[in-house]
Design a protein around this ligand. Sequence first.
Ligand code: B12
Length: 478
Amino acid sequence: MRICLVSSPRYNCKPTHKSLPPLGLATLGAVALQAGHEVVGVEGVFVGHPRKIAAEVAASNPEVVGTNTVTQDRLASIATIREIRKACPDALIVVGGAHYSCSAQDALESVPEIDVVVCGEGEQTFLELLEAGGDPKALSGIAGLAYRDGSGQFCMTEKRDPIMDITTLPRPAWELFSPQAYSAKASQLAKGRNGAMVVAGVMTSRGCPQRCVFCANANPTRVRYIEPTAAVDQIEWLRETLGVSNLDILDDDFLTSDNHAAAVCEEMLRRNVKVDWWCGARAKNLNPDVLKLMRRAGCRSIAFGVETGTDEVLRAIRKGTTTDDYRKAMHVAADSGIEQVGLCLIIGLPGETLDTIDRSLQFLDELRDILGPAWIRESAIGQLPLVYPGTGLESMSYEEGYLPKDFSWNSPYLEPQRALPLINHRYKTVPHYQSPSLPLESICRHLGKHHWDRLTHGRRRRYRRQPLRKLLTKIGLA
Ligand code: B12
């Protein structure tokens, strides 16, 4: 079949190169090519405008169009899908990825242009869909799908098991996209560095054992690993074929297995693969020897989701870590020689009070002192919690009455308190979590009065007020 895989434009439909090349779409492209299909990639993120993206898609005369998005960009993605439907009236439009997977019923009920939602890992499901020639009658027999039946009713097939042997998946088809055209500015590694560099992402494992209430990860809790030699084959290929000098290791937690992380690093050192890389990890029980090995293998930077600095809020969000874990982790990270450590913080999570906010920010200062020069100020900027589909925060927001019962992810949503400071203008159409006992307004007032300078330092532009109507008009939703 002729397939066109399209990346979503950004929320404002402005062309940008500031992103990472789309690993999910490149992986799907690889399995489709391997099975003998014709595949074309369209970098919607570079094009921006939905109608222009649709014209590029139509030029490949596809029988199947596949796309995905993140929640922030969903309205721009839907506007694009509507244009694609007009330009390719007979194509089967398939969507996937974390956002659509977790809001499949809503998508199919409110966006008639979408034919099928692939839920969870897509390789096998997409392949079976293509093998069935996209025949709507065959959909009920394919696990991991949501669709509308002949009478327009929402249907979901049985759940698709995660792929256990992820080593056997083909190398992502980077030839469909152009990793060299992406701006390194989307990467943590670019901070404070000059000169051209090519950045790409690899995943050496899939899955995360945690289920934090705010996380929008559609991955299963069972963690699966790529054989270290196969993971390094990919890294070496990116280095030698595309000149990738900087790598984002995108595993949900690169340190779920010390043995796996150490084996990947040892293999990189054995083959003398020269790339700078960074990764994210959970700050619990860090092994000092593994962190030192990571540093030797080229790891320059590591990010930890601290989220909050009090044990009561850590318990409420089911993070499975304590403030003591963080203190110990910062000592290990500082001693490892890793140059930059990023700490991400969310303010206003369940269980938060004005007192826990003050203590969290004090705790952050304590961690900064432990880290010394490795501390990256930028990444510790507080963010108000966003609600993503399928998360614990989404269920709480319905239960606690903050999200209206008729809320749809596919209609324009305007944060009711959008004029508040600290609501990042990029996220105005994504609901924020608000606990019944601590209104967002009180949080913002408190932060504005006591912590404004440190929280907005260097990024005030992000919090400027921008008329949303202008944005919605642009994407045809006003
Ligand atoms: C790399 C990454 C980025 C990169 C770039 C993403 C890109 N352009 O590709 C950067 C660093 C720029 C980034 C930024 C952000 N990200 Co991000 N990111 C990731 C990360 C770590 C890996 C994504 C990835 O490549 N996975 C590997 C591939 C193989 O998996 P996959 O993409 O899920 O694809 C599989 C399936 O989902 C499915 N599938 C996916 N697409 C499609 C399409 C079709 C047609 C089909 C059939 C199937 C299918 O099949 C694929 C193969 O199995 C994920 C976390 C994660 N574990 O996935 C978060 C994640 C995608 N990001 C997320 C978020 C929230 C963001 C930000 C909004 C963060 C912020 N606060 O600013 C920004 C938004 C930027 C933007 N506008 O695009 C959320 C998305 C949640 C949601 N509901 O949308 C995730 C899930 C993290 C999380 N746990 O909350 N991100």
